[in-house]
Design a protein around this ligand. Structure first.
Ligand SMILES: [Zn+2]
Length: 329
């Protein structure tokens, strides 16, 4: 079969089309013909490389896979990670902390190819959801759900700021916060992106320059939770808008990973800092139910043919996109 391969770290030219053997399903496994792959910022990290973090190159990229089951013809999405299933962490239902937790397209081959073989338990039925929209969901949705529901413990009536509310995770974080009963505001760079945040359920959306003033004006004494995946660029403002006892929750550092922390703010304001990455199968099922009942809507910026993956990466790196870029085979 034809597959896209990240051959080494570098620019878009390191992704090459190559031939690979068609994978054969074993017991309890299903072969899925890939029709759509949603891209994430993770795809850019895998291609560029991250100092101190080894990736198993050469690698087929693509974490969010949608296709057709060969055995039944049903359209399905595929849960974006695997784990060992037999360690203490897996036994206690915290598969996200399993030392063998592995994301498709990062720690193992992903979906930018003609077909993949997965365990039957990894399949997520998509029903009537258009496949290109289903491909915009699994990884970002799981990340947003785990961070808000499990790590930050967002409760009904709480006030939440989503920094970068038009991004892949941000656009879902706004909706997850609403599903959990919270009130939401967001930040975004352009007026189109801010309009999207409001359309997704934010009560207001601010520029990055106005986010502190706007959020304080909206909330009075600050927000209970800030969700931030851009890191250093927004860190100071994110802490500034938290009310006493508030929680800063991060799931990424796309705009810088090293920050300065004044510990006095942490203890005087009794703040909590939490991090989250991905999540477990129970969270994936619960979040997927919210999609299937229409409470969470995926945002697709554009759909490109699979061989335009370089163009897709450039759009993500140039921060041109609102929502997700999806590749179609
Ligand atoms: Zn395990």
């Amino acid at each position: 079969m034809k597959a896209l391969i990240v051959t080494r770290h570098g620019g878009a030219e390191v992704i090459e089309a190559q031939e690979r053997p068609l994978p054969e399903p074993g017991p309890g496994e299903v072969r899925v013909r890939v029709t759509h792959v949603g891209l994430n910022h993770l795809d850019v990290w895998v291609r560029r490389g991250v100092p101190g973090h080894p990736f198993p190159l050469p690698l087929i990229p693509g974490s969010d896979i949608v296709g057709v089951r060969e055995d039944t013809g049903e359209r399905v999405a595929i849960a974006p990670a695997t784990w060992c299933g037999s360690c203490a962490r897996c036994d206690e239902g915290r598969q996200d902390l399993c030392r063998r937790y592995s994301i498709r397209g990062e720690g193992q081959d992903g979906g930018c190819c003609e077909a993949v073989v997965v365990k039957e338990g990894a399949l997520l039925p998509i029903g009537d959801l258009p496949p290109e929209r289903a491909a915009a969901l699994p990884l970002s949705l799981l990340t947003a759900w785990h961070l808000l529901a499990t790590r930050a413990g967002v409760r009904p009536g709480q006030r939440v700021l989503v920094q970068g509310g038009a991004g892949g995770v941000g656009s879902l974080a706004i909706q997850v916060a609403r599903v959990l009963g919270a009130r939401v505001v967001a930040s975004a760079s352009t007026s189109e992106k801010r309009a999207l945040c409001v359309q997704l359920g934010a009560e207001a959306a601010f520029t990055y320059d106005d986010v502190v003033k706007g959020t304080k004006g909206w909330s009075g004494d600050g927000v209970d939770v800030v969700i931030d995946s851009s890191g250093a660029a927004t860190w100071k403002d994110s802490l500034r808008v938290l009310r006493w006892g508030g929680t800063y929750a991060t799931c990424g550092a796309t705009a810088g990973h090293a920050v300065e922390l004044d510990l006095r703010a942490l203890f005087f304001k009794q703040l909590t800092l939490v991090g989250g990455t991905m999540g477990g199968p129970a969270e994936m099922r619960i979040a997927w139910d919210a999609v299937r009942c229409g409470a969470i809507v995926p945002v697709v910026d554009r759909v490109l043919p699979m061989d335009k993956i370089g163009e897709a990466h450039a759009a993500i790196e140039g921060r041109e996109v609102a929502g997700k870029v999806v590749l179609e085979s």
